[in-house]
Design a protein around this ligand. Structure first.
Ligand SMILES: [Zn+2]
Length: 430
């Protein structure tokens, strides 16, 4: 048997969740936000608790949003042109980690409101989020929420409100020294309190600082977001930046939901939203691993009911001593579609990443399932090059022992991101 890539996607809408986060109130606000939208016509929002109302709703996914945009989100008498002209809402395009990119509606002010509420929950960040708060953003230039800046631009052109968007190029592998120096100089000039970054992009900048001996600017904290955080990237960032690092999880179409605390655990930080973690049916995943399903009604322009994110997490019922309120997750596990199913077990991208953690010197890797079983690991070695064969042996041993199957590792000069600009570290056979 080998992985088929997507053997267990079904979820039972009536199944008991492994964990529910944010379940407060009676469901009246949810009902008020969703009731008169065509996409939710005929739904039953009456009677019972919020949990009971939710349990009656079917799941929705990205395909539903794509199919229903924009008609499903226009209330009677409303049309898209007038909605946008009045600035009550805007159209935002997601980067899309899977499938095509998506267009969604954001009610004016919603994203900033719920993101700020989330960050305020972290005791280390809260005192610094007042007027004058500045943040630099380093991710694909395609997916910054409210701006798309590619090609030659000035720093002023990439400043939007309190944000500076640093990156102008698709693939950090091909950043030239001049490009990296420009970003370092802009960080020094802009003096942000914090940096929000995709880990692969920030790791590339961190390695530049390490190579050149240049000092990174002081930052109060670093937020790692936008994509799965590989251990090697987090280590590269930690070794250079003398700032606390927090992982942050959100979806452009739904809001932000989890934030790492000073004790390194992941707390629910959503507002006007509920996250259910549901275990896919007939799956061989480890105990406690489930898919994130979000219900989010703070964005009145496009509330989402039981939206399947395709993201896996492992839950953790133990309380945390950091003082942050929201319930706790153990860790992010990666995408459901990227789970490898082998006779020796089912493995999430986090399992693979954890197995590779003891092998230092890997800059980037991508595991692909081979036809006929086995796993191929393409990897980019840290400079200086030349230790590729040793690294390959170490990878083959580590992963081979963990997965109990044949692993073939080979050094490659670079690994390209997905068309979305995000990296994918595990690719099962389709
Ligand atoms: Zn905590």
């Amino acid at each position: 048997m080998s992985s088929s890539g997507a053997p267990f996607f079904a979820l039972d809408p009536r199944a008991l969740p492994l964990m529910v986060y944010g379940l407060m109130g009676d469901g009246a606000a949810l009902a008020a936000a969703a009731r008169d939208l065509p996409i939710y016509a005929g739904r039953d929002f009456h009677g019972g608790s919020l949990a009971e109302i939710l349990a009656r709703q079917p799941f929705m996914d990205k395909a539903d949003l794509r199919r229903q945009f924009p008609a499903g989100f226009l209330r009677p008498g409303e049309n898209l042109a007038s909605l946008l002209a009045s600035r009550r809402a805007e159209v935002v395009r997601t980067s899309g980690t899977s499938g095509d990119r998506l267009q969604v509606l954001w009610e004016a002010g919603w994203w900033e409101r719920q993101e700020r509420a989330a960050l305020l929950m972290n005791p280390l960040m809260a005192p610094h989020l007042g007027n004058g708060y500045r943040e630099a953003v380093l991710t694909t230039p395609l997916c910054s929420e409210s701006v798309c800046k590619t090609g030659p631009t000035t720093m002023e052109e990439r400043c939007v409100d309190h944000l500076l968007f640093l990156n102008t190029q698709y693939d950090p592998t091909h950043w030239k020294t001049g490009e990296l120096d420009r970003m370092a100089a802009e960080l020094e000039r802009f003096q942000p309190a914090a940096l929000e970054a995709a880990p692969t992009y920030l790791a590339a900048l961190a390695r530049h600082f390490a190579r050149t001996g240049r000092q990174p600017p002081p930052l109060r904290w670093i937020l790692l977001a936008y994509e799965f955080v590989c251990g090697h990237d987090r280590t590269a960032v930690r070794e250079v930046f003398d700032s606390p690092i927090f992982e942050f999880y959100g979806l452009t179409e739904a809001g932000v939901f989890f934030l790492e605390c000073p004790l390194g655990r992941l707390h629910f930080c959503g507002s006007e939203s509920v996250v259910e973690v549901l275990r896919p049916e007939n799956c061989g995943l480890r105990e406690g691993v489930g898919e994130v399903v979000v219900t989010s009604w703070g964005n009145r322009a496009a509330p989402l009911l039981r939206y399947r994110t395709g993201d896996l997490v492992s839950v953790d019922g133990a309380p945390c001593g950091c003082g942050m309120r929201g319930g706790v997750l153990r860790r992010f596990e990666g995408r459901l579609r990227d789970v490898l199913a082998f006779p020796s077990g089912f493995f999430t991208p986090r399992d693979i990443d954890e197995a590779l953690a003891p092998v230092s010197g890997i800059m980037r890797y991508r595991c692909t399932e081979e036809v006929g079983g086995g796993l191929r690991v393409a990897f980019v070695a840290e400079p200086p090059a030349g230790n590729g064969n040793q690294l390959a042996q170490a990878i083959e041993k580590c992963l081979g022992d963990r997965l109990k199957l044949a692993v073939r590792a080979e050094p490659v000069p670079f690994i390209a991101p997905e068309p979305s600009g995000k990296y994918r570290s595990v690719v099962p056979r389709a």
